[in-house]
Design a protein around this ligand. Sequence first.
Ligand code: GLU
Length: 291
Amino acid sequence: MQPIFRFAPSPNGELHLGHAFSALASYALCRQMGGRFLLRIEDIDIGRTRPEFEAAIFRDLAWLGLTWEEPVRRQSENMTAYRAALDRLAGERLIYPAFMTRGEIAAATSTPDWPRDPDGAPVYPPHDRLLSTEDVSRRVAAGEPHTLRLISDDAIAQAGILSWHEEGRGPEGESGTVTGHPEAWGDFVVARKDIPTSYHLAVVVDDADQSITHVVRGQDLFHATSAHVLLQRLLGLPTPVYHHHRLITDAVGRKLSKSDRDTSLRALRENGATPADVRAMVGLQQDVRAD
Ligand code: GLU
């Protein structure tokens, strides 16, 4: 089977050196394996997505020398597939409407020992799982805003032990066969208030729809992989090989963000940097290793 790789940026800011490293590393591994390379625009965050950022993604990646297959998939055009995945989870009674506002969550989880997920957010309180069926139906019918969350303990019990093959490294050096810990995320969101999906659900559905065999991405998403493998099991989808790579940091060791203007690829290009300079800046020479 021919390997299939992807780069999946979100058009909510300009690409920076961290994205360049991720895209170039994925592309190089893909080439080494004689694979196909796809680009996916992760634009479910309607409030933050801008067409000019999408145009900039194409321009920056082409400037770096990447080519990808057309047509490019946009998550915003794929809501039917996400809805179908949600229906399947609902059919198995593995999701529930969650009504708590940010403020209510903060108040309910303010004790110092309240568990936090790998991103540092408080694990969702059990409150909404204890509501009566009538109460839930009435609030949904009344149009009360709600997310959909996974009933994580039931889901994990159903899925059994989860693992994936890690070809890169996790933050603690995890590599080879890695055992997932989806319980760390608690009842995570599978559909946001405004859209019938979440990052975790969309990425899993799309990787499967696009037959992705190798996911190359930053170590900041290593722990998310536990949630992804859980959803893959529940939805009967294959688990790709994962390759989590080191993160490109700024001078004081912080992860780059889209608001760091000076490391944006556009700023670097306008200041005279070449694609070869970008490769050197992220420590990728001709002979590429991504970890
Ligand atoms: N869209 C995500 C981001 O820009 C990447 C998702 C992934 O590679 O799984 O951070």
